[in-house]
Design a protein around this ligand. Structure first.
Ligand code: GDP
Length: 300
């Protein structure tokens, strides 16, 4: 699957490689080149710290010596892998919880519903029984979309008409999943950003109500982040992380962006586990996150 990841990250890595190649027109490494390289990395959303670590390493080891773009990319890949290694952690579905409750949160359009579908597919393929709950009760399209994913993956979907109370639906879903002995329940949620406070209160209420059925739930609260939004993703981690108790991240749309470096900024700033990355719209386009592979794919 490394090839698919590399293809997905092609826009990020092409832009980066282009930027690096443009900087290293001369062979001997000088201060001007290091400064330009720093700019290229910051533009690519890697963040100031990572940009500085890379240029510091080059200054220390290579200053006034011949350096190739391949060597520069290798230093970058090493730094990216080093930052990402501690956050690359698989999503552990503890079978002691039946169901293992996953709450999916994120702003509209971040890929929440698609990720739920992909995850349902993955878990079903592992032999787990999965139930879905259409908790974005505001949008008819979201309910319908989840039902489509349910049919596609064979997962039953708990849904109510548009406008229904989301926490009531979550309560019903946990109760039903428990009664039916489902291994995993994935609950979709609304992602309106127009009224942030209202949205966060609703998420808090869903969590409170879920706990009435199972005080240990939700067992994972996953935030989907759209990589194409770049720096916006950083503030979303802040907002959702604080109020919704996010336990892990899924970075989506890494295939459609030149801003894949944002994952490195987020890892450095927040240190939250990154469980999966989305590299396409298809059902199989969700991959467990691996630091080394990502670093190699993005650094080209
Ligand atoms: P939600 O509003 O957060 O539930 O977002 P959706 O799941 O409806 O996704 C919004 C759009 O992004 C849809 O057109 C998806 O097909 C698309 N999408 C989701 N994940 C990915 C991904 O990893 N790569 C690409 N290219 N598109 C994605």
């Amino acid at each position: 699957w490394f090839q698919r990841l590399a293809t997905g990250l092609k826009r990020s890595s092409d832009q980066l490689t282009g930027g690096i190649t443009a900087v290293f027109t001369k062979k001997r490494l000088d201060e001007a080149m290091l400064e330009e390289l720093e700019d290229v990395l910051i533009q690519a959303d890697f963040g100031v710290e990572t940009a500085t670590s890379v240029t510091d390493a080059l200054r220390r080891d290579r200053f006034d010596r011949d350096v190739t773009t391949a060597e520069v990319r290798a230093v970058l890949a090493g730094e990216v892998a080093r930052v990402l290694a501690p956050v690359a952690r698989p999503l552990d579905i503890d079978p002691a919880h039946k169901p293992f409750v996953i709450l999916m949160v994120g702003v509209n359009g971040s890929g929440k519903t698609t990720t739920i579908g992909k995850l349902a597919q993955k878990l079903s393929a592992e032999g787990k029984s999965v139930m879905l709950a259409a908790g974005d009760t505001f949008r008819a399209a979201a309910i319908e979309q989840l039902q489509v994913w349910g049919r596609r993956t064979g997962a039953p979907v708990v849904a109510k008409p548009t406008g229904a109370d989301a926490s009531g639906l979550a309560f019903e879903a946990v109760t039903r999943a428990r009664a039916e002995g489902s291994d995993v329940l994935i609950i979709d949620t609304a992602g309106r950003l127009q009224n942030r406070d209202e949205l966060m209160s609703e998420l808090e209420k869903i969590v409170r109500v879920i706990k009435k059925v199972d005080p240990t739930a939700p067992h994972a609260t996953l935030l989907t982040l759209d990589a194409t939004t770049g720096q916006n993703a950083l503030s979303q981690v802040e907002i959702f992380g604080r109020r919704a108790g996010v336990s892990g991240l899924v970075m989506t749309k890494l295939d459609g962006t030149a801003r894949g470096g944002i994952l490195v900024s987020i890892a450095r700033k927040h240190g939250l586990p990154v469980h999966f990355i989305g590299v396409g719209e298809g059902v199989d386009d969700l991959e467990p996150f691996k630091a080394d592979d990502f670093a190699r794919a993005i650094a080209g």
